[in-house]
Design a protein around this ligand. Structure first.
Ligand SMILES: [Fe+2]
Length: 369
């Protein structure tokens, strides 16, 4: 029985913040569920979270708008992220993407499933892939209705120069099994398989390595869900046992706790355990994503942080009914921050998570310093 249950989130670096919000919500039909900031480093960057209607792990796509540095796409990176959509919806998606001038490659097929790959404005690659067995609830907008909306991830496609050692990592360290090979594609699934439980390796032996830095236009890491802090500690011990001794310490990411490990093909893999309340730990579940939330330990420096960030506007469609006029970057209500601080003091399960609580900010997400 593997410690990993399914995909948790996928994190990428895009260009401008508002450009990302507009594309993800209005074109791709995602629900903006969280506005916060990158917890590491000396520059203030947004960290934006998108998901399906129920904000479920396995649908959470997070972006760092990172105009300050350009990344280099290549092997050793997530090449694209496939989302499950209902059968018969690809005609809508090709027309919809063309109407919004999003570059796409038409309908292709992999392991008997039709998909369309397209470009986010930053160059990040996304896919919509037909899978009728996925019954999760998609977020809907004026243009993206329930019969075509994305259900959540099907899974990422990872570009690697060699298959064997990455295969060993996914099978031995994470519990996946190989379920298919077709041309350059090698498919791995976990648990019951299918949507949110699939990872596909793409063999590209001659492709130069992509960058590992935070850099616009490149994916940064994928995260897999484990059940609890105890399981996270067990996963870290398993990495050690197998010889993957460069796994990180357990980190407090506010909404979940994380361990990172770089796999042999170069892709950064995180394992994440949800904290109680998850994304509703610092704002009401029906108002997710409507205001900028800072971790409690940065709340006192809100003005300084906000001044370094690009002003953004959350689309009307994302607003909960009755709260259409939430001001841009409205401060989190103090009680929520206080509650979150106290919850964060006591990570469930006893595995102490480390947290960076101070920073000397020297610039923002568009700074050229
Ligand atoms: Fe992550």
């Amino acid at each position: 029985m593997s410690l990993v249950k399914r995909l948790h989130h996928i994190t990428v670096c895009v260009g401008g913040a508002q450009e990302d919000i507009d594309f993800q919500t209005e074109v791709f039909g995602q629900r903006l569920i969280k506005q916060t900031v990158l917890f590491d480093g000396r520059y203030a960057h947004y960290h934006l979270y998108y998901a399906n209607a129920n904000a479920e792990p396995g649908s959470v796509y997070t972006t760092f708008p990172y105009n300050r540095v350009q990344g280099r796409p290549g092997s050793g990176q997530i090449q694209s992220t496939a989302y499950a959509v209902p059968k018969g919806s690809l005609k809508f998606w090709t027309e919809h993407l063309s109407r919004h001038k999003a570059k796409h490659e038409g309908i292709q097929e992999r392991f008997g499933q039709k998909f369309v790959r397209f470009s986010h404005p930053s160059g990040i690659q996304l896919e919509v892939l037909e899978d009728d067995s996925d019954k999760r609830k998609g977020w809907t907008t004026k243009d993206v209705t329930g019969d075509v909306a994305t259900r959540g991830f099907h899974g990422p496609v990872l570009s690697v120069r060699e298959i064997p050692e990455t295969e060993r990592f996914f099978v031995d360290a994470l519990g996946f099994r190989k379920t298919g090979e077709e041309g350059p594609y090698h498919r791995f699934e976990i648990g019951e398989g299918g949507a949110a439980r699939t990872v596909t390796l793409l063999h590209e032996p001659d492709r130069p390595s992509g960058s590992w830095i935070f850099g616009a236009g490149t994916a940064h890491h994928l995260a897999l869900e484990v059940e609890s802090d105890e399981k996270l500690a067990e996963q870290k011990a398993l990495y050690d046992e197998l010889g993957y001794t460069d796994a990180s310490e357990i980190k407090d990411r506010m909404y979940f706790h994380s361990v990172y490990c770089r796999c042999p093909g170069g892709i950064l893999v995180e394992c994440a355990a949800n904290v109680p309340k998850g994304f509703a730990i610092d704002e009401p579940a029906d108002q997710l994503g409507t205001s900028l939330l800072l971790p409690p330990w940065f709340e006192a420096r809100r003005q300084e942080v906000e001044a370094m960030l690009e002003p953004i506007k959350v689309p009307e469609g994302n607003m909960p009914a009755g709260a259409r006029k939430v001001p841009v970057n409205a401060p989190a209500p103090a009680p929520a921050a206080a509650k979150a601080a106290s919850a964060a003091e006591q990570p469930a399960g006893g595995a102490a998570a480390s947290r960076r609580t101070s920073a000397v900010f020297i610039g923002g997400d568009t700074s050229k310093k």
